[in-house]
Design a protein around this ligand. Structure first.
Ligand code: KG4
Ligand code: ZN
Length: 337
């Protein structure tokens, strides 16, 4: 069946048509309109500007997705939309558009949790992937481990207690003058630096916990940069990128190993915008090879926010009969769904 997936939780307006069914998991279209250029001027996402940009883009993006897939509204088996978590004004645009489209055309509506959407991107990239597995979602808003027991049954077993890894990358990227969002730029620059050049605390919390804290490493790096500036020293940006990336990647890898050993899962799914980080992908690849665990990662283009991942997650909620109605509301907080 064909599912229209809609995503508008942050700074991408996206709509996609995905075909799902017995042995079929195929992306027929996946249109992503990024607002990055608009927000770059401010060094971060401005929520009110994001909402307005979603309003301007949403209708055109949805019809473009249908056209590119070569289908019409009549061919859709469901409309899936991100309902939480995210920026409330941004989410409301997608939710209200999806509600109107679904009810005006008699199409079933499914509400999707954004994090579950990121994990579902792995189903599209790996057609044979099935739960149960361990998932790690690393994005601008999340750094969390989940035991995915079934397609719609997630249980969080570890998470950051403060900032997310993506947020930590973006903050330091901005301070050293990289364009917003800094994550992808730091990824490249890190190859040119010495990871041992700067000593930093680990974001992996000590002990058996699977939790992280990224505020300490962020502050330590800011102090290093301020100190260097006060002493009039020139900053080696490549060393900053390399040391910061190494510390973050090794902390995530260390906790991923602990999570795999604690839970006994033999498959690890890496998802979320920061899953595009080449150092993290390589480090988890090496870990999984060493432990004999299957690593399933969406290709880098499917790691960031997109409608296809929402359609894929929506399909499994549809199969469970978990449909939404006109009372559906968006929520900024993660309500699990
Ligand atoms: O999942 P996503 O598109 O949006 C959220 O749900 O937050 O993730 C965006 C985050 C940003 O912080 C961005 O800098 C980061 O993903 N990111 C990366 C890379 N590509 C995107 N971080 C590190 N390395 C990358 N290659
Ligand atoms: Zn996301």
């Amino acid at each position: 069946m064909y599912i229209l997936g809609m995503e508008s939780s942050c700074d991408e307006t996206s709509a996609a048509v995905v075909e799902m069914g017995d042995g079929v998991r195929a992306i027929r279209s996946n249109i992503v309109a990024s607002q990055i250029e608009i927000h770059r001027l401010y060094g971060g996402v401005v929520p009110e500007i994001a909402s307005r940009a979603h309003i301007e883009a949403v209708s055109g993006i949805v019809y473009q997705a249908l056209e590119e897939a070569g289908i019409t509204l009549r061919d859709l088996g469901a409309v899936a939309v991100t309902a939480n978590p995210g920026l409330i004004g941004a989410l409301l645009v997608g939710v209200n558009f999806a509600k109107s489209l679904a009810f005006a055309n008699g199409i079933p509506l499914v509400a999707v949790n954004h994090i579950h959407g990121h994990v579902a991107a792995a189903y599209l990239a790996h057609p044979d992937l099935e739960p149960p597995f361990l998932a790690i979602v690393v994005s601008g808003g999340h750094t969390s481990f989940y035991e995915v027991k079934d397609y719609t049954d997630f249980s969080e077993i570890g998470a950051t207690r403060d900032d997310a890894a993506g947020e930590a990358f973006d903050k330091i990227g901005r301070v050293i003058g990289m364009p917003y969002p800094g994550g992808a730029a730091l990824d490249k620059l890190a190859y040119e630096g010495d990871p041992k050049a700067i000593r930093l605390p680990s974001p992996a919390l000590a002990g058996d916990t699977l939790d992280f804290s990224f505020s300490g490493i962020k502050t330590a790096m800011l102090n290093y940069l301020n100190g260097a500036e006060q002493r009039g020293e020139e900053i080696n940006r490549a060393n900053v990128a390399a040391a910061y990336t190494e510390r973050i990647v090794s902390a995530i890898t260390q906790k991923a190993e602990a999570a795999l050993l604690q839970t006994g899962h033999k498959t690890l799914v890496l998802a979320g915008g920061v899953a595009a980080n080449s150092h993290l992908r390589a480090s988890l690849e090496a870990l999984c090879k060493r432990l004999g665990v299957r690593l399933a990662m969406p290709e880098r283009g499917l790691c960031g926010d997109n409608g296809a991942m929402i359609a894929a997650a929506g399909y499994y909620r549809f199969l469970k009969g978990e449909l939404a109605d006109t009372s559906l509301n968006a929520s900024a907080a993660d309500d699990g769904l």
